[in-house]
Design a protein around this ligand. Sequence first.
Ligand SMILES: [Ca+2]
Ligand SMILES: [Ca+2]
Length: 228
Amino acid sequence: MPRFITVAILMVLFWTTWSFAVEWEHVYECNNLPDDKALGDKAWSVFGTSEIGKITKDGELHITDPDNKVGFFMRDIRVDEATVEARVKVLSQAGVSYSLLFGIEDGVTDAWLDLFPDHIGIDNGGPIHNIDMTKYNILRVTKDKRNKIAVYADDEKVLEGVTGGNSGRKDIIFGAGSSGGSSESYWDYVVYTTTGAFSPEELPNYTSKLAVEGEGKSATCWGMIKSR
Ligand SMILES: [Ca+2]
Ligand SMILES: [Ca+2]
């Protein structure tokens, strides 16, 4: 093979690798309760109790939150801008808007996405998007340094808004956010990065990223066989 073709192939491979440089910084697969000490430094802190959660045999966190308990989970981390994604479904929600939520809190203002069986909405009176949440959807919330929020459902941008409220916390947050509220939900995974507010084009959703890595391995094997 002429040397310049080899060099060109190497450059393409290098570019491909470089273009996937943005990575999820934290992956929670829902194979343990979020605050399980077995997760070590990957464990989440809890407000209320994780007793409202059960892990299913399929690696899901099944939260059944009654109207006299609360349980939400936090990764205490400084966040000026962030991207958080969850594969989640919602069977019921009653009570205040944030009875079931996930999002980003930067210590000054909050980016909460409220979850309901038939819609999702940016908290503090932000816009809503009708969607059947009784089936699994991949939802993503991003917050940039100017406190703009974008929400994606299955890789499509569905909501834009701004942050509001102030919990005073600095973290990535998800779970059942209200004592008086109640809800039932299933979470397959929660992933995030605090390096930026990324669209699915810039940072593929966690599920497709696994698929790409699988294909990458196949391609490598094929290349090795071919070169023999
Ligand atoms: Ca509750
Ligand atoms: Ca899972």
